[in-house]
Design a binder for this molecule. Structure first.
Ligand code: FMN
Length: 176
């Protein structure tokens, strides 16, 4: 099966995750680059589209799309990507390193809302969604501390324990 990872990352955690997946799957990786890479303006809904991607989506049996969640939204660069290539996508797995923990996944800023949106845009072509909440790498006393998770980014030092177990299960399950 020919696979590729596409990712957008502002602070680096989703880049880290995307690179790890591409390395474990031994597959290609390409960054999604918005024409206007302003966090603030994208949050305001200002959308100038993405730069052209280099790879040809039709060549791939499966796409792994990786990126963050902001303000309970499916962020503009990822939404642009899915809308533009919807017809060409055969199978897509959505992966996010986000802030919302599993116990808050259905709340206003929870990752499940975005998973439902991706599934509704792509219908059956979205075969799986997986969240890697950044809170998993924080000590218990900081798990509810918003400023702590905003300052924390995935790296080789903190990618261990629970997040690593979830990641290994994810890799094993989708490889089957
Ligand atoms: C402005 C802003 C809004 C955010 N809103 C949410 C949110 O609604 N839900 C969530 O799960 N995480 C939220 N987060 C957390 C990010 O998804 C998380 O920090 C992510 O790991 C950042 O990815 P990156 O390092 O690849 O940019 C938000 C982060 C920022 C900066």
């Amino acid at each position: 099966m020919k696979q590729i990872v596409y990712y957008y990352s502002s602070k680096g955690s989703n880049r880290y995750l995307a690179k790890k997946i591409s390395s474990d799957f031994n597959c290609e990786i390409e960054e999604i680059k918005p024409r206007l890479n302003s966090h603030f303006l994208m949050l305001m809904g200002i959308n100038f589209g993405n730069r052209k991607i280099k790879s040809n989506i039709e060549d791939y049996d499966r796409i792994i799309l990786c990126g963050p969640i902001w303000m309970g939204k499916f962020i503009i660069p990822l939404k642009n990507f899915v809308n533009k290539f919807n017809e060409k996508i055969k199978d897509l797995i959505f992966v996010t390193c986000c802030g919302s923990p599993f116990e808050k996944k259905d709340e206003k800023f929870g990752h499940n809302l975005i998973f439902n949106e991706v599934k509704s845009v792509l219908n059956a072509k979205c075969s799986h969604c997986e969240a890697f909440p950044i809170t998993l790498v924080l000590p218990d006393e900081l798990k509810n501390d918003t400023s702590a998770f905003m300052k924390t980014h995935l790296n080789d030092e903190n990618f261990k324990g629970e997040i690593k177990t979830i990641y290994d299960n994810f890799i094993n399950n989708i490889q089957k």
